[in-house]
Ligand binder design. Sequence first.
Ligand SMILES: Cc1cc2nc3c(=O)[nH]c(=O)nc-3n(C[C@H](O)[C@H](O)[C@H](O)COP(=O)(O)O)c2cc1C
Length: 406
Amino acid sequence: MVEAIDPFAPWQLRGLELRNRFIKAATFEGHCPGGRPDPEGLAAFHKAFAKGGVGLCTVSYGAVEPSGRTFDNQMCLQDDILDDLRYVTDTIHSQGAKAAIQLAHCGNTSKWHGWIGKRARGPSHGFNSLGALAGTPFARALRVDELRDLAEAYKSSAQRAIEAGFDALELHMGHGYLLSQFLSPGVNKRKDQYGGSLENRARFPLEILKAVRAGVGTQVPIIIKMNLRDGFRGGLEIEDSIQAAKLFEQNQADALVLSGGFTSKNAMYLFRGPTFVHELIKVQKRKIDKLIYLMAKPALKSQPFEELYFLDLAKQLRAQVSLPLICVGGVQSLSSVHRALREGYQAVQIGRALIHDPALVNHYREGSKTESGCTVCNLCVAEMDRDGVRCVLNDALPRRIPATRV
Ligand SMILES: Cc1cc2nc3c(=O)[nH]c(=O)nc-3n(C[C@H](O)[C@H](O)[C@H](O)COP(=O)(O)O)c2cc1C
């Protein structure tokens, strides 16, 4: 009989010992005005989860270059923010947790304001629905020399992150961001060696994985967040994601976070539950941003929620891939944690339930709670544009405070 995995026991990921199998999922914090971390705000945000018992805390969305941002308040991983980031990692470490950072680029959905008059860049030419009103209505195809530059940008950003004290890296290859755009047959229409077959579509994501590995060496765990399905007709399907996962396995990835959905086309496939678009429109200060979200309404249609909503697809991948798998999507109770580990995952990532109660892991361990009080209303998402991501039902997380160290 296979022994049940204890989620509260230490877990080893490529030499990195985590105190348990609970990971705070990357959830954009809204604490990086102008692309620079507000160190006190970002540290206080993550301290809550580290103190609350998670083994690994993921700082979200570190763009590898300025145009890799969909919002200008997403972090840009440049040299001049390393002291601030070190303050964040020191804070996480002081609570006994380890720190990961998500490395990302938004590709064809860039609406970074410094980019006005230029085109966003992705695998292929196309309309940039998210950037249309912000001055970047079109995306053009990246040239091969630009792909090389981007691989360098990922590599140097990864090195900076390690210098700033992060223990692990998460490469964002899901949710319709740049590397997910390359993997997706619905978006990647290239005719060269980077388009067509899955092997070709996975070529650039693999080049990024190899560049990052070369940059940080063999000791640092590299986690890949990827889509099981894009969730729209013509997008990536499970057969291809299994093949991609095998390629990541052969190329020294350490674990896969299995998600789905495409922010520009069907964002609610990744969240499930009621749409937050009305609240998002309400919190925008500028008319143009209100209009952008009004235009994005069709991509933000509500979808039914159930716990562990990616489990069935993940089981198909589990049957063919032996890498550690990390469950994300609807881990809302301790029984779901145990179920995920029984079904073949090695760890869980939690987003909304921890935003509602950052000490949830401690509560589970002590037996004072077995379920999250999160109602999956999804309104936490809109808070990123108000005072920083937090649960609207309580004040468990700090609101945005003015930067004191910049
Ligand atoms: C407020 C908020 C912000 C998010 N930002 C990111 C992000 O920056 N990168 C990412 O990969 N996923 C992001 N997500 C998605 C989560 O990582 C996770 O995949 C999703 O919320 C499902 O997990 P959950 O059911 O535990 O919330 C975000 C989710 C929320 C609620």
